[in-house]
Design a protein around this ligand. Structure first.
Ligand code: SF4
Length: 241
C-alpha cells in the first residue's frame, strides 16, 4: 500500500488553490525531458544544493569525459571529483557516485536500473535509499521524474521552505514532509501532475519565496500565507517588495 493511502483524508483545498494560483502566475512548466532511472539517479545524487544549470552541465561534462557510466564507475575518485568541480561538495559526491555505481553493478549484475520498473513504488524507494547519499528527495526524483513515472513528491530545499512558510506542514525533514503533503494532495493527481506541482513550487522558491528575502508583497499567495502575513505586518517597510 502506498504511504499516502494509509489514512485517506479529503484533499486540502489550500494545495489545490496554491497550485492553481502558481500555474496562473508562472504558466505551465515545460514538459520534462524524461530520462531512464539510472541517468536520473546520477543527476539527482549530484544536484543537491546545486543550481539546475550547473547540474545539467556536470551531466554533460561526465558524458564527455567518460563516455559511458561504466567508464565513470571504473574511473579513479580523483578524476571523478575533478569533473564535479562546478557543483557543491565534489569530494563527497565523487565518493558517493563511484561507490553507488559499483554497488548497483554488484547487486544487479549490470549497471542499469531498468529492472526497477517491475516493482512497487515503496519497494523501489526503500531499495534506492540504501545507497550512499540517497534520501527521500533523491528516491522521489528517480521514481517520479524518470521513465518509471510513479506517484511521489520530490521535496527539495525550495519545496520544504515554501510549504513550511505557507503553513501546509510543520518543520520536518523531506521524508516526513512528503508523507504529510501526499496525504493532503488530491488522489487523482498522477505522476506528471505531481511533477508539475513540484516544478511550480520550486520555481516559486527560486523567484519570489527565496531563502534570504521573500518577496511577499508581489506573491500571489500572500493572502493565504501565515508567514507572509506575519512578515508584512512586522516589517511594513523592510520586507522585500
Ligand atoms: S507570502 Fe511570502 S513567505 Fe508566503 S509564500 Fe509568498 S513569498 Fe513565501
Amino acid at each position: 500500500m502506498e504511504p499516502e493511502t494509509l489514512f485517506p483524508v479529503p484533499p486540502d483545498p489550500r494545495i489545490i488553490e496554491i497550485d492553481r494560483r502558481l500555474l496562473a502566475h508562472y504558466g505551465q512548466p515545460p514538459p520534462r525531458d524524461v530520462w531512464n532511472p539510472l541517468d536520473q539517479f546520477i543527476y539527482s545524487l549530484l544536484s543537491s544544493r546545486t543550481k539546475t544549470e550547473q547540474s545539467h552541465q556536470v551531466m554533460r561534462d561526465l558524458r564527455a569525459r567518460f563516455g559511458t557510466w561504466e567508464n565513470l564507475r571504473d574511473a579513479a575518485v580523483a578524476e571523478i571529483e575533478q569533473t564535479l568541480q562546478i557543483i557543491t561538495f565534489p569530494e563527497v559526491k565523487a565518493l558517493w557516485l563511484k561507490k553507488d555505481l559499483m554497488e548497483i553493478t554488484a547487486r544487479c549484475g549490470e549497471l542499469s536500473l531498468e529492472f526497477l520498473a517491475k516493482y512497487r513504488t515503496n519497494k523501489i524507494r526503500s531499495w534506492l535509499e540504501q545507497f550512499e547519499g540517497v534520501g527521500a528527495k533523491t528516491s522521489a526524483a528517480v521514481v517520479n521524474f524518470s521513465t518509471l513515472r510513479r506517484r511521489a513528491l520530490c521535496v527539495d530545499s525550495h519545496h520544504l521552505r515554501v510549504t513550511q512558510r505557507l503553513g501546509l506542514t510543520p518543520r520536518a525533514d523531506a521524508a516526513i514532509t512528503e508523507e504529510r503533503l501526499m496525504r493532503k494532495i488530491p488522489a487523482d493527481w498522477d505522476a506528471i501532475k505531481l511533477d508539475d506541482h513540484h516544478s511550480l513550487i520550486k520555481k516559486h522558491g527560486q523567484e519570489l519565496c527565496t531563502f534570504a528575502e521573500p518577496h511577499c508583497r508581489r506573491c500571489p499567495l500572500l493572502d493565504m500565507c501565515p508567514e507572509g502575513q506575519k512578515q508584512t505586518k512586522a516589517n511594513p517597510s523592510d520586507i522585500a517588495s
